[in-house]
Write a protein that binds this ligand. Structure first.
Ligand code: ADP
Ligand code: G6P
Length: 581
C-alpha cells in the first residue's frame, strides 16, 4: 500500500474533533457569539497548532441557518483556521448530550451508574459520525492523514473508510440503513444496533457479508453465545486470519476502490483523550462491538497511558475474539498499531505569561488581597469525574483537625460550567453549592471565607495569575484521562515552586513524579496531603518542582502531536517488521 502523496503534492494533515477551539452561540437578539472553548483537547491541539500545520474540522456548537453560513464559515476560517460540520440542534443534542456524554463519558470514567442508554441517541451518534465522515471525505485527497479525536467520533474511522472507498457497498448501506431507522420503520435494525440482535449489528457494519474474511466466524460465534448481558468469553478464540497476500482482504479491496477514486493511501489515526476502562467495565456497553470495530479501521490508535492501551487491547480480545499483539491488532487484513502518546501543554504560554505586565499587576493585586493567607487553587470543569465534592470534604476534615489554619488558608475553586443539559451535571452543581455553603458557614467569619467558589469561565490571563499566586494546586479527579490543569499549574510556578497535590486516578499521576499523590476517595489522606503541602520546606518544594517542570517542559503538546503524526506517517497498514513504540 503506497500511502505516499503524488509527487510534488504536500502530505496534508486533517484533524477532526467534536469540539473546535471556538464555540458559537446565538443570543435572544439573534447575534452570534464566538467564545474560546475549554478542555484539555482544545488546549493540547491549540498548543500543536503553533508549530504544526493542519486543517481542523469540528462541530461549532450551534446549528447555523443556511443564509448565515457563508459569513460564519468565513469568520471560522479566517480567525480560527477551522472548518465546521453543522449538525441540526436536535441531532447534536442526542449525539453530544445523549450518547457521548451520557453513555461513553460515564462508562469510560468508571461511572456506569450515570449511564442512560437510549436507542435513539445511539442512532444519532451514528448519524452525527456519518455527517463528519461526509465532510471529511469531501476534503480528503490521496495520501492525506486524518487524525480523529476522542470518544465523540469513534465510528468515524470506519464510516470514513466506507465513504471514501466503497460508496456502492458499505457507505451506501450505512446511509440507507440510517435513513430507514430515522423513519422508525426498521425495528430489527434498531434492536441490532442496541446489541440485542448481534447478527444485525454485524450486517449493519458491513462485517458479516458473504465471502468476507474468516475473522467474521469468530464475531458470529461470539455473538451466538448470548445477549449482551452474558459474560464475555474468558479465553479468546483462535482467530483464523487471512494471510497478507492470500486473496484480497477487506483492506485491500477498500484500497483498490479508493485508488480508482483518487483517494487511496489515506492514513487514519485516532486518539482517545479519556481513559479507556478495564474490559470488565467496557463490556457493560450495549454497543461494545460497534465502537471497537469503528476505531479498528485506523492505522494507529493512541492513548495517554500504557494502562489505557492495554485495556483497549484486552477488550478487543474478550469482546471481538481477536488475537492481539503487544502493540497492535490485525483485523480484516488491516494492521492497527496501538500505542501510548502522553499529551502535554505549551508550557511557555504560562512561563512567559507570568512575566506579562497585565498578569504581573493582577498577581500583585491578588497577593495583596490574600496577604497572610496561603492559597490552594482548584481548576476543574464542573464534572463528576473531577471529584470536587471529595476535594471540599477533605478540606473540611483538614480545617476541623487543624483549627490553627482556619483564617490562614483559602481554597480558590474555579468550576468551569460544562455540559449543563445533562442531568448528572445539574445534580453535581447542586451538591457542590451545598457543600461550599456548609463549609463556609461552618468555618467562615464576616472577614474570612475558607472557600472562594466561582462557577464561571475565567479569562486565561486571570487563570494564569491565579496559578502563579497559589501555594498549592489540588486535583482530586476520581478518573481523568490526563489532567492538564496540573501541567499548567507547574508551568506557572517558576518563581513559587508550589506543591502539586494530585489524584492517583488522573493519567498525569503516572508522569508527574514530584507531586503529592492522593487517593481522593480516602478523604483523610487528602486532608493530610494538604497539611504536608502547607508545611513543606522551601528546599523540598523546589526540588519537587524542578522534577515536575523538567517533565512538563519535555512532554509538550507539540511533542505529543509530532510523535503521533510521525508514527502515523511511518505506518502503511501492515505490521511493523521491527519493534515499535
Ligand atoms: P478536561 O479536559 O477534562 O477539562 P484538563 O485539566 O485536561 O481537563 O483540561 C482543562 C483545560 O481547560 C485546561 O487547559 C484549562 O486551562 C482549560 N480552561 C480552564 N478554564 C478555561 C477557560 N475559561 N477558557 C478556556 N479554557 C479553560
Ligand atoms: C474532555 C474531553 C474533550 C472535551 C473536553 C471539554 O477533555 O476529552 O473531548 O472537549 O472535555 O468538554 P466539552 O463537552 O465542552 O467539549
Amino acid at each position: 500500500n503506497g500511502a505516499a502523496p503524488a509527487a510534488g503534492k504536500e502530505q496534508r494533515l486533517i484533524v477532526v474533533s467534536n469540539r473546535l477551539p471556538v464555540t458559537i452561540s446565538k443570543d435572544a437578539q439573534g447575534v452570534y457569539h464566538f467564545k474560546m472553548s475549554s478542555g484539555g483537547l482544545v488546549s493540547a491541539l491549540s498548543g500543536c497548532k503553533k508549530t504544526m500545520k493542519f486543517t481542523w474540522i469540528g462541530w461549532p456548537g450551534k446549528e447555523i441557518p443556511e443564509e448565515d453560513r457563508e459569513l460564519v464559515n468565513r469568520r471560522l476560517m479566517d480567525e480560527y483556521d477551522c472548518y465546521p460540520v453543522y449538525l441540526a440542534d436536535d441531532l447534536a443534542d442526542r449525539h453530544y448530550n445523549g450518547f457521548s456524554n451520557s453513555i461513553l463519558w460515564p462508562l469510560f470514567h468508571y461511572h456506569p451508574g450515570e449511564m442512560n442508554f437510549d436507542a435513539a441517541n445511539w442512532l444519532a451518534y451514528r448519524e452525527a459520525n456519518m455527517r463528519f465522515a461526509d465532510v471529511v471525505a469531501g476534503m480528503v485527497q490521496a495520501g492525506d492523514m486524518v487524525w480523529v479525536q476522542d470518544y465523540h467520533l469513534m465510528l468515524l474511522p470506519m464510516l470514513l473508510r466506507s465513504v471514501i472507498s466503497g460508496e456502492g457497498s458499505q457507505g451506501e448501506m450505512v446511509r440507507r440503513e440510517l435513513g430507514r431507522v430515522k423513519k422508525g420503520v426498521d425495528k430489527e435494525v434498531v434492536g441490532g444496533m442496541m446489541g440485542m440482535k448481534e447478527e444485525g449489528v454485524a450486517t449493519a457494519l458491513g462485517v458479516g457479508e458473504e465471502g468476507e474474511d474468516e475473522g467474521v466466524e469468530i464475531l458470529d460465534e461470539v455473538a451466538e453465545e448470548g445477549t449482551t448481558s452474558a459474560p464475555a468469553p474468558a479465553v479468546p478464540k483462535k482467530v483464523k486470519r487471512p494471510a497478507f497476500g492470500r486473496g484480497m482482504s477487506q483492506f485491500q479491496k477498500q484500497e483498490a476502490v479508493a485508488k480508482e477514486k483518487g483517494k487511496d493511501g489515506v492514513r487514519i489515526g485516532f486518539f482517545l483523550h479519556t481513559p479507556f476502562p478495564s474490559s470488565e467495565i467496557y463490556r457493560i456497553l450495549p454497543v461494545r462491538r460497534e465502537i471497537l470495530l469503528g476505531v479498528l479501521q485506523c492505522d494507529l490508535i493512541g492513548f495517554h497511558t500504557y494502562d489505557y492501551a492495554r485495556h483497549f487491547l484486552s477488550s478487543c480480545t474478550r469482546i471481538l475474539g481477536l488475537e492481539t499483539m503487544p502493540n497492535g491488532i490485525e483485523h480484516e487484513g488491516r494492521y492497527t498499531q496501538v500505542g501510548t502518546f502522553p499529551i502535554g501543554i505549551d508550557p511557555m504560554q504560562f512561563v512567559d505569561g507570568i512575566r506579562e505586565e497585565g498578569i504581573v499587576k493582577r498577581l500583585q493585586a491578588l497577593k495583596a488581597r490574600f496577604k497572610g493567607c496561603k492559597v490552594i487553587i482548584g481548576v476543574d470543569r464542573l464534572d463528576y469525574i473531577k471529584g470536587v465534592p471529595q476535594k471540599l470534604q477533605s478540606l473540611e476534615i483538614f480545617l476541623s483537625q487543624h483549627p490553627e489554619w482556619v483564617g490562614k488558608v483559602v481554597l480558590v475553586q474555579l468550576a468551569i460550567p460544562s455540559r449543563q443539559d445533562v442531568e448528572e451535571y445539574q445534580n453535581l452543581r447542586a451538591c457542590v453549592n451545598e457543600l461550599v455553603g456548609r463549609i463556609n458557614g461552618r468555618f467562615g467569619t464576616v472577614e474570612f471565607m475558607p472557600i472562594h467558589y466561582l462557577h464561571k469561565s475565567v479569562p486565561i490571563d486571570e487563570l494564569t495569575a491565579m496559578y502563579a499566586l497559589a501555594d498549592a494546586c489540588l486535583v482530586t479527579s476520581t478518573r481523568d484521562g490526563m489532567n492538564l490543569v496540573s501541567y499548567e499549574y507547574i508551568s506557572s510556578q517558576v518563581d513559587g515552586h508550589g506543591v502539586m497535590i494530585l489524584s492517583e486516578f488522573a493519567g498525569a499521576a503516572q508522569s508527574l513524579n514530584g507531586s503529592l499523590i492522593v487517593n481522593p476517595w480516602d478523604l483523610q489522606s487528602t486532608a493530610d496531603a494538604i497539611h504536608t503541602a502547607l508545611t513543606m520546606t522551601e528546599e523540598a518544594k523546589k526540588s519537587n518542582w524542578e522534577k515536575l517542570f523538567a517533565y512538563v517542559s519535555k512532554y509538550t503538546a507539540e511533542a505529543w502531536g509530532v510523535s503521533f503524526v510521525n508514527e502515523l506517517t511511518r505506518l502503511s497498514g501492515h505490521p511493523p517488521s521491527g519493534p515499535s513504540i
